[in-house]
Design a protein around this ligand. Sequence first.
Ligand code: NAD
Length: 512
Amino acid sequence: MSKELKQNLAKAEKFLARYKNDILPHHINGKEDMGRSGETFENHSPFDNSLIGRAASGNEADIDAACQAAWAAYPMWSSCPPAERQKILHKFTDLITERAEEIAIVESADTGQPIKFMAKAAIRGAANFKFYADRALESHNGQSLPAQDHMNFTVRKAIGPIGVITPWNTPFMLSTWKIAPALAAGCPIVHKPAEWSPMTAQLLAEIASEAGIPAGVWNLVHGLGETAGKALTEHEHIKAIAFVGETSTGSHIMRQGADTLKRVHFELGGKNPVVVFDDADFDRALDAVIFMIYSLNGERCTSSSRLIIQEGIQDKFIEALKSRVAKIKYGHPLDPATEVGPLIHDRHLQKVLEFVEFAKEDGAVVAVGGEKPSAKTGDEMLSKGNFIQPTLFINADNDMRIARGEIFGPVLTVMSFTDEEDALKIANDTEYGLAAYVWTNDLGRGHRMALGFEAGMVWVNSENNRNLQAPFGGVKNSGIGRDGGDYSFEFYMETKNICVALGVHNIPKLGK
Ligand code: NAD
């Protein structure tokens, strides 16, 4: 065991001690709340499946209490001067930064995501708050739209309480990405985090109260999707749902929210292509292809899970891939050297392993990995955890199940193409449309591909470089709506048009 892992394990013991003894509470109307039913659910370590804590399991009554609190706080928070909201959100940024190490270690222990990536995710959470704190003053801004004899102008107002429902893959960062703009816009929130990774939501709620967020503005209810999540999407006082998760859950939420006419923002699944042309910068493309599927355990909505490689370089590229993927270091998520950690839950691991069987049945070749570590593979120490070896499927085609389903693990499917038209056809032949990547040194072709991809976001000669002012979101079954920059305010706010006559136009005269 390395010195760094020993140090991180000692820190984890300190930070996680409280979760062993205490049940994670809800936070409703500024107070910790153990729930109305007394029911709890268990939380297990992805590393060895041991029990690491319990959380209160929210029901309809808990959700109702949280939504009532958010509704009561809405007039105050939405009319509070934006400069006040800005001050509190800046404080929030500072507090996240101060507790970044604790957040990263708790997140890594709770989700199995390697600490090397979670350290960055904690800092990104602070950056999300800073970005929207800086923009809070612009939140109400509108447009000036002069017309014949009239002047139109628009103003924006917070839409009302928001239900924020988040997944387990990078819960802390994703929660801040939704909550920061909602608060900056003047919306109170009710957050329902994923039941497989509830821990860092507690840290966020604590930081909220320390930062001076008024009672009722930030509410947190733990619980299962089918109970707490469902009740939140059905509640009359919730005016919009910001949801990140699976496509099928998005459909449920749309149905559940229909009676109360919810506005929805969905960030859903993906099966993102990365197209590499013969003329690409080989080494940079190789680094990016590997990074974008094996980082974050492949549990990443924008992962490039389908490699579409041009025939001229395919043999050389696949040989290079095989050698690199076989060397990816998987192990304890708290070891700074670890590149791939255990998957979130045994159920998710079984789903990913099932795709290995699909690969074999459908005629692809498992070129690297594909197994759960065990005595047989020389990794008995890891056999209690939800590990799968970093896996590479070759000789695939786009009709196979490994090319169609979102596997959401450290698993890459490789297929080849002949020319530009063929590449685009394969890339777009999917129900999803979140992200697409292309590698080529032909400027015109890079642009043509970017325009042709059916995706909400395209990266040309780049891995997933994120800029917070740029729109983030998907098309087709990958989502509805955009986050980032002013796009988030468009979702969390209502736009009102005010039309003022300049006093000279003709008014129709009836009954004269
Ligand atoms: P999930 O849909 O199973 O769960 C997400 C959240 O929804 C959880 O909090 C869950 O409790 C809740 N939920 C479940 N059923 C519900 C219901 N009927 N009503 C209300 N809430 C309900 O997703 P997951 O497995 O936690 O996360 C993985 C998925 O998230 C993947 O598909 C991934 O692509 C997607 N994701 C997308 C993005 C993006 O930006 N597009 C980002 C991260 C993750």
